[in-house]
Ligand binder design. Structure first.
Ligand code: HEC
Ligand code: HEC
Length: 289
């Protein structure tokens, strides 16, 4: 709170001195830390974990573990700022492009399961905030094997992104959709797939199987998070939904498997948790009643 006040009072000191530039940088960095360590959870794929699925702090963003599906064996790369084995020599613009368009500086396309269809809508401010925060993470030397895709990758993940404006909180459902689908890519894991494509007519219905997810020796199936009263979570209270997201505990006391990023989701603030609940409640019950 004090830090917030300090930042605000610094930024009213005048727009043409260094202090206000510093203050603006600090606000951006705080936003980046909040997003990356929270709803966006890049580390859920890029940070190796212990056998109990706890992210290994000294290896933050160092990559190396494998995500295996029938169509691919993908290694999450080292995205620390190490110049040789990470992405330390990429410019801010190049990192932004890799996140939103899935294109590396050498022009090659980055493969799944990094959720580009979702990330392409990250606002200019938020993607810059994420990159600013990435620059503060300790560089780690760690060589990661190349991914192996048994399916052909598309030529690109969509047209060039250009500029993306902020989504206003004055439109609660638009903001909720931004938090849940763009930043959190909840819809990706929780939407059924047909022939390798998401079936968005059944968004939230779940049923995707994850075998050995994040290198763990478990198989888990994504849950139905639509408002269906028996098969979905239509009977859960707002607080029960929030506890499942932040703590991984269902209303019946069962612990959820660690495919969701609980070590990160616990940092989501109350306003964005309300947004996630609003988004979930907006999903039509599936299967259709
Ligand atoms: C669902 C898992 C997943 C999430 C979440 C994810 N990534 Fe990735 N990312 C991957 C995989 C897998 C690759 C490698 C794909 C390949 O080999 O083509 C990758 C590749 C990258 C690359 C290219 C690195 C290189 O050297 O080629 C960058 C940069 C990157 N991710 C940054 C991020 C950032 C920043 C975030 C959060 C905003 C993020 N990723 C979230 C799985 C993920
Ligand atoms: C990497 C894939 C993945 C992502 C991303 C993901 N989830 Fe999940 N989620 C799962 C899986 C798998 C389960 C079921 C785990 C289990 O049964 O133990 C689950 C369970 C849940 C549950 C509990 C439902 C029930 O009936 O048990 C809720 C609520 C939920 N997710 C909401 C979300 C929200 C909100 C987001 C976005 C912030 C999200 N999930 C992102 C994979 C994911």
């Amino acid at each position: 709170m004090f830090r917030k006040l300090l930042v605000t009072s610094l930024s009213v000191l005048g727009s043409f001195n260094n202090l206000s530039v510093l203050a603006a940088d600090e606000v951006l960095l705080e936003r980046g830390a909040y997003l990356t360590e929270g709803i966006v959870a890049c580390g859920n794929c890029h940070t190796p974990k212990t056998a109990d699925a706890v992210p290994i702090e000294s290896m933050q963003f160092a990559g190396g573990f494998v995500i295996e599906e029938p169509a691919f064996k993908a290694y999450a790369p080292n995205i620390t700022m190490d110049k040789e084995t990470g992405i330390g020599s990429w410019t801010d613009e190049e990192i932004v492009r890799s996140i939103r368009e899935g294109i590396r500086p050498d022009g090659t396309l980055i493969g799944p399961p990094m959720p580009f269809l979702n990330y392409r809508n990250i606002s200019d401010r938020d993607v810059k905030a994420i990159v600013a925060y990435m620059r503060t993470i300790e560089p780690v030397k760690n060589v990661v094997p190349k991914s192996d895709y048994k399916i052909p990758l598309p030529p690109n993940w969509g047209p060039p992104v250009g500029n993306v404006a902020e989504v206003s909180k004055d439109d609660p459902l638009a903001y909720a959709t931004y938090v849940a689908t763009t930043l959190g890519h909840c819809n990706e894991c929780h939407t059924p797939m047909i022939h390798g494509e998401y079936d968005f007519s059944r968004t939230g219905m779940g049923g995707n199987r994850y075998v050995g997810i994040f290198g763990l020796k478990i198989t888990t199936v994504s849950a139905n998070i639509t408002s269906h009263k028996e098969l979905g979570i239509g009977n859960w209270t707002d607080d029960q939904i929030k506890t499942a997201i932040t703590d991984g505990i269902r209303p019946d006391g069962r612990m959820l498997a660690p495919a969701m990023g609980f070590p990160y989701y616990k940092n989501i603030d109350e306003q964005d948790l309300d947004a996630l609940v609003l988004y979930i409640r907006s999903l039509k019950p599936q299967p259709a009643e």
